[in-house]
Ligand binder design. Sequence first.
Ligand code: ADP
Length: 665
Amino acid sequence: MFRTLLIANRGEIACRIARTAHRMGMRTIAVYSEADRDALHVQSCDEAVCIGPADARESYLKIPNIIAAAQRTGSDAVHPGYGFLSENAAFAQAVIDAGLIWVGPPPAAINSMGSKSGAKAILEPAGVPMVPGYHGDNQDPDFLLSKAEEIGFPVLIKAVSGGGGRGMRIVENADDFVKLLETAQREALGAFGDPTVLLEKYLQRPRHVEVQVFADSHGQVVHLFERDCSIQRRHQKVIEEAPAPGLSNQTSAAIGQAAVNAASAIDYVGAGTCEFLMDADQNFYFIEMNTRLQVEHPVTEWITDTDLVEWQLRVAAGEPLPLSQADIRLHGHAIEVRLYAEDPSRGFLPQTGKLEVLKFPEHDGFVRVDTGVVQGDVVSPHYDPMIAKLVVRGENRAQAVARLRSALADTQIAGVTTNRAFLHAVARHPSFADGDVHTHFIEQHGADLNVTLPNPSDEVVAAAVLALLDQRRAEAETRAARTADPYSPWNSTQGWRLNERIHETVELDWDEQRYTIEVAYNGSEYHMTLPTSPANTRVVHREPGRLGVEIAGRRFNVGVHVEGSAISVMARRGTYRFAVHDPGTAAMGQDASGGKLTAPMPGKVTKVHVEVGAKVKKGAALLTLEAMKMEHTITAPADGAVSTLRFGEGDQVDEGVELVAFEAG
Ligand code: ADP
């Protein structure tokens, strides 16, 4: 076994790989961009090398810099993780050419599966079932349209080099075909440098079922059962589980065998995943093969009691697979959710910001948290906005679902909008509990999964006010400790003058509403005019980030955090972030002029659809922005004219900057 492993990745996957490598006695080398200087993955490794600036193209995707880092540190092997260069055959070859061990499949296998159409051309003759479609070379729009008509609408246009759900368009009828073909090709060219597309019959409400395969360099190929990854938004997975609920033993065996056949057909070595769509009758159709470890590998590890990173390292070192097919046993059920910095109520738009609070449930034998960030870190626009993977297991699916609910309830995040409450709503949904999962689950149950926070309850408002008063009290105590006269009334730890029944008005803003709370302190309790009724409140217990609050004789515990003039209260339904209203600074930063269209996130302008002076109808596309793996089109808010275009195609923009000035009318 080799001694030194360079991990050519960042975030949770780099931390995950380092964990196993350390357990196996290896020396680990991290690489990092300038933006990741203090990141957890850098601290998780024995050594680390800076490979360039924040922009991934100049660092994590820069092959020569990574090879140089491996050579400088005397590394023996390189693990690519997933994403970035993990499915880049040129990188695999460069690693091998540098005399290093590549922890991944042979470059030829990466190449042959790298194109979805190429993969189909190889695997169809090997008897792997395919979705009906066209995956040939002819890219002429009229020809593709005629193929789409043959297949029958709805049809799915897919980038052959695509991934992460990008470069994909559903076409409902022939009239829309050419326009959507053009947008799919543009997105594919921008994201993957290849505009080639294929066509597939668009299946209604399929399930996404995939199989973990593993092969060694001695000709042994096995599968480690299937995973269901049907709960998706924008064709991207958010919840994955193993085994797939409700599959007959016969189907499970058949899909496993199909995946083994696929891997055998391409002389595969290492970890790989064959992805299939499954219809209501459990017929399955191959869509693609990913030639790397997947984000969702922990659920497979838990039901098979394996460490797939260890398997990868052993196979790369030339060892045989640790287990034969007959020895790979399935036990229990595991579910993973991906916690993202994103706003479910705004189309899952990626979010950035500081993780002021980040608390996970205790790691134990039933809950596992894979993360690459800690409290205080910033989710930046440079990389994937995933914060963590929360994985639970149980003896059976019902137990795993119940644990998922409590693990999500016990996760506290403040400072950045996340999908935590959304995931919790899915976990609580009766159809999810029934295992009735399919790729349209989120659309179908959209109304039930609505996580718009209700107005804060009296308890939440009381907790916010108590957290604020507690913070002031702590500050006063610190001041008192520092001054010569700790008995000065100005340093009263109650924050008010002595011997008086004190009154104060606290004004909190939340979701464009102001909550005005009159607070009176009587020496032991605070009397507050809460939104629905007045009540006596007090703090009965305090620990960092958490208050035990008594309100009108009832007691509850709640996570709180005060940062600057923002107070976060982490309720079960979600995090309420109040702004303390300070009349002195109100009115600032208001933009009363209207008519400005601003960037909802930092990104790159990929298309300008209009010219200055253009007269457009409400809803017309003005400009398209790509950021954090997503295209976002800015549309006209009303009928009117474009008065100024501030940016051109290819320009980088910051969040909040004005993109287009628009005059309605
Ligand atoms: P990517 O590589 O971009 O992730 P995939 O081919 O793996 O793209 O597909 C991603 C998801 O898109 C699938 O899990 C499924 O939800 C949906 N999808 C893909 N192909 C089809 C299809 N032919 N019919 C219906 N849904 C599909």
